[in-house]
Design a protein. Structure first.
Length: 480
């Protein structure tokens, strides 16, 4: 019996709850179809996520077996809490940490929280596709040799756009130096369940792997897993941070969703992934026939992601995104400067894939006929992400040191500058485009001309640069 079945059976009994939550499993009270009947708290017989030794522990063990991990914990605060706990659990305050510069903002937040000193490894950049590529094992090895004392390494694989790094090679490098490797594999929760996709990073030797179930598998938003392997990462410490950073009232609805998802993969995974990958491969082959549009592919990538390039067509990724949304009622994941991203999963249907294929072919035909009237309506914007090669920035202070300067130094004040005047100043704010949430500027970094010009360009094109308090400006150290 999985957790959902146990909750459903309990909801049909005559037990009356004098406990949280306040809706008391009364589905009629609000007259809506939210799952009140299975939404409970830690009552007798239903275990406790923070001290699991019953049905929740069984569910976590089931997930560990599926993902070939030594130990797995449920996350109800998304992959973010897993990343925060992994980074802080593998480091001491003030340590050095090596991270890929295209890491999610949650990695930078962990660096701030633990006062860490980051060393950046920059991913390869594919000029033709205008995509950030993989992190190279040779670059990781070189930086570890140049920077003794690094306590942990963090990479993102696959990236938001689906680019995969050689995790095995990187793990071999870090393990030779007895350093744990943390892999943010949030977008790869489907890895390892069919030969069409790469194996997951547990198999390739990563010490900590984080998966967002909700991104690519049939699970509720906010559900994720953290896997722990080997002895290089301090599992006890990581779990201690999970206890501190996760809610003390974990949702049984979310946990039931995770358990059902794992049950589905365990019992019917081969069947549903076979159906899905056959549909997906047929679609990809059909899209390779496009004449003007192009299905972008890199050397090692996640084929579930459809990156459609509009480079050279005379229209932008945003215009293309808006056309798919407004004319064809197809809601893609996001728009970039020269491409759009469509995410697929085992939840897709043949009807949905056929609609997208037909729309892309029709638009390709129109572009081929020079019919390029694709201007979006005023005020309409999709989620946007800029294509950029991450600017090289000089780190002057850590984020925590900037915070200390502002809070404890009478001589350190902040001024606000327009981006075009910010070159050479030390930032006290983040600046990033979301999604995917990779910071272009981090507190403590000296703002380069390249970074300032990029952000000016992006804002002029209408992209939303998040992080700064004021649009078009960045706060910097006045005496920096």
């Amino acid at each position: 019996m999985n957790l959902y079945e146990m909750l459903r059976n309990y909801s049909n009994t005559d037990y009356y709850g004098f406990h949280m939550p306040g809706h008391k499993r009364n589905e009629n009270l609000t007259n809506c179809d939210l799952p009140y009947s299975i939404d409970i708290t830690e009552i007798e017989g239903f275990d406790d996520l923070h001290h699991a030794d019953g049905i929740l522990k069984e569910a976590e063990n089931k997930a560990a077996i599926l993902y070939h991990a030594q130990e797995t914990s449920f996350l109800v605060n998304g992959s973010t809490v897993g990343i925060l706990s992994a980074v802080m659990g593998c480091t001491l305050r003030g340590d050095k940490i090596l991270i890929s510069r295209n890491c999610h903002k949650s990695v930078y937040h962990a660096i701030y929280m633990n006062g860490l000193k980051p060393v950046y490894v920059y991913p390869r950049f594919y000029e033709e596709e205008e995509l950030n590529g993989p992190v190279e094992a040779s670059d990781v090895e070189e930086l570890l040799c140049q920077n003794p004392g690094i306590r942990a390494v963090v990479i993102t694989s696959p990236t938001y756009d689906g680019v995969v790094s050689d995790v095995k090679a990187i793990a071999d490098v870090t393990h030779r130096k007895n350093i744990p490797l943390i892999v943010d594999e949030a977008h790869g929760a489907h890895f390892g369940f069919h030969s069409y996709f790469p194996q997951n990073s547990n198999v390739y030797g990563a010490d900590i792997v984080i998966h967002s179930l909700h991104k690519t598998l049939p699970s509720l938003t906010q559900t994720a897993l953290i896997h722990m392997n080997g002895s290089l990462a301090d599992r006890k410490k990581i779990k201690g941070y999970l206890h501190m950073l996760q809610t003390s009232s974990p949702s049984y609805v979310l946990m039931a969703g995770m358990d059902v998802c794992m049950d589905l993969i365990s019992k019917r995974g081969s069947e549903i992934f076979e159906t899905y990958t056959v549909m997906l491969e047929k679609m990809r082959n059909s899209l390779k026939e496009l004449k003007i549009l192009r299905l972008a592919e890199t050397e090692s990538y996640d084929k579930s992601k459809l990156v459609i390039s509009v480079k050279g067509t005379g229209i932008s990724g945003r215009q293309f995104y808006e056309k798919l949304l407004n004319q064809y009622h197809l809601q893609l994941e996001m728009a970039a400067g020269s491409y759009v991203l469509a995410m697929t999963s085992v939840g897709d249907t043949q009807e949905g894939m056929s609609r997208l294929t037909s729309a892309l072919k029709e638009m390709d035909f129109l572009l081929d006929k020079k019919m390029t009237e694709f201007e979006p309506k005023a005020g309409e914007q999709g989620k946007s992400k800029v294509n950029f090669s991450l600017p090289k920035l000089r780190k002057i202070y850590t984020s925590a040191e900037v915070d200390d300067l502002l809070n404890h130094s009478s001589g350190s004040k902040v001024i606000s500058l327009q981006w075009q005047n910010a070159e050479g100043w030390i930032s006290t704010e983040y600046a990033y485009v979301y999604p995917p949430g990779t910071p272009l500027v981090v507190p403590g970094e000296e703002i380069s001309r390249e970074a300032a010009e990029l952000i000016c360009k992006y804002e002029a094109l209408g992209f939303s640069v998040e992080g700064p308090e004021r649009k078009g400006r960045i706060e910097v150290l006045a005496n920096g």
